[in-house]
Ligand binder design. Sequence first.
Ligand SMILES: Cc1cc2nc3c(=O)[nH]c(=O)nc-3n(C[C@H](O)[C@H](O)[C@H](O)COP(=O)(O)OP(=O)(O)OC[C@H]3O[C@@H](n4cnc5c(N)ncnc54)[C@H](O)[C@@H]3O)c2cc1C
Length: 537
Amino acid sequence: MPVSDAVVIGSGPNGLVAANLLADQGWDVTVLEAQQTAGGAVRSASDVHDGFIHDTFSSFYPLGVASPTIRGLQLERHGLEWVNAPAVAGTPFMSGEWAVMHRTPEETAAALDALAPGDGQAWLDVCAGWQKVGDAVVAALLDPFPPVRSGARVAAKLPGAGGLDFVRMMLSPLQSMAGQRFKGNGAQMLLAGNAAHADIPMDAPGSTIMAWLLAMIGQHLGYPVPKGGAGMFSGAMVRRFTSEGGDLRVGHHARRVLVRDGRATGVETDDGQVFTARRAVLADVSAPALYGGLVPTEELPSRLLRRMKRFEWDPGTVKVDFALSGPVPWASTPAAAPGTVHIAESIDEIRQNGAHLAAGAVPAVPFLLCGQMAVADPTRAPQGGESLWLYTHVPHHTTSDAGDGTITGRWDRDDAERMADRMQARVEAYAPGFGDRVLARRVLGPRELEARDENLVGGSVNGGTAGLHQQLIFRPVPGLGRPETPVKGLYLASASAHPGGGVHGACGSNAARAALAHDRVRAARSLIATGRKDVPA
Ligand SMILES: Cc1cc2nc3c(=O)[nH]c(=O)nc-3n(C[C@H](O)[C@H](O)[C@H](O)COP(=O)(O)OP(=O)(O)OC[C@H]3O[C@@H](n4cnc5c(N)ncnc54)[C@H](O)[C@@H]3O)c2cc1C
């Protein structure tokens, strides 16, 4: 029976960060991964077409390079190399114009001014706020909740960033904030395209925070990708972990967290093997899979179980990967090619998409996120080719198809392929002749995504909605907000925990830090108890 200090269930980026941080402190750590390949939603393979590398799920890692935890792992020493596209992000319009976020605020401002005079300075103003307070905000968001020290740093820097005006801007829905500050659609879409990586409606508070955070990180740090594919990122975390003696077991699906006297003592896998944990169990699994799944309901307070019934997933996803014989034939080509492309004509169109999803309708004109991976990293495709992906969101419970009515919401092969056709048709409208360049197409609907990573329930990408009602102390349910669980020695380490989805490693780092802190307290208590016993009466 294998025994270690800690067992980590799941080798997504959060699990791997946690495992690395514990190993750094001299703990023996075993990671159990259900799939045959480690990395969770940070994986790549040559499984779409010979000679092409496709990221299976995530691709761009601005949060990774902004995260003090990931930077601290020094993954470059383990083979990770970041590369960037000539431009960070962009949106094509049917008019032939492009909104482009260039690599510096000044270049972006000049491009925005050409679309709508005055928007350049407005962009620089937003950037100036970021330059004053951005680092502190990122630290506060990624720190364990409540972020006492980093929160105080944000408060101290706020007056320089505009004080109450800045706070008001952050609390405004993006649709009003962007409309008030920018005249043109271009700057508005640079913000909205980023906000739409989360499922916060454009007319709801929280959308500006998300837009500001992602757009400003992109503007100041880029949207880097790992040279050679997303798997090089998780691979570097694995190599770092195993080089410290860590034990990674792929093809090991955990079915139960073992609990004795209210404390987690180990993990049992599907084949009945028991992995004993002397100090802690860290679960890089979704909150619903942990509470009442891996941990039986009888070990959990009824209040938590009641609250879990109201846990909300973020919407499902359909992702389409293409191997292309040449670059995307955009109707007009931007001066510098962006790696990330957001396809929507306006903020209002994205808002309507969100409203459709909320009402259970499959969008007729889907908002598309798109990655031109060979633009960012030429190793992803044979010379001259392109490794492209698109993804869009779909409802978990479909009530109607706002398009031609042919999508049922069963998300079987037929539904997924029809949705992929709708997405491809949208690209074709901006890039006539696109279809002629397709050498191979792979469609991953909600079921296929979940089959490749069971945390992506129904194709949810963020471990639960990013809406304000399920963030901070409300994540994953009201009252928690921290990685500790009602079972001693058991920690929630996945994106279902604060601060949520994205590859920043903070959920794993928070869980590891909590496990280390509790272990120190436990060790001190047992020392005191031993000392008392040793003192002669
Ligand atoms: C299509 C897509 C695109 C995305 N794009 C981006 C992007 O460009 N940039 C970005 O920052 N983020 C992106 N994300 C989000 C990001 O990938 C996730 O938020 C992040 O991977 C979450 O990490 P995690 O470690 O919490 O979980 P995951 O990465 O989901 O990993 C969980 C791991 O645990 C394993 N597991 C689960 N249950 C068990 C069990 N019982 N036993 C053993 N193993 C188990 C799973 O097999 C999986 O390997 C994207 C996600 C998707 C799906």
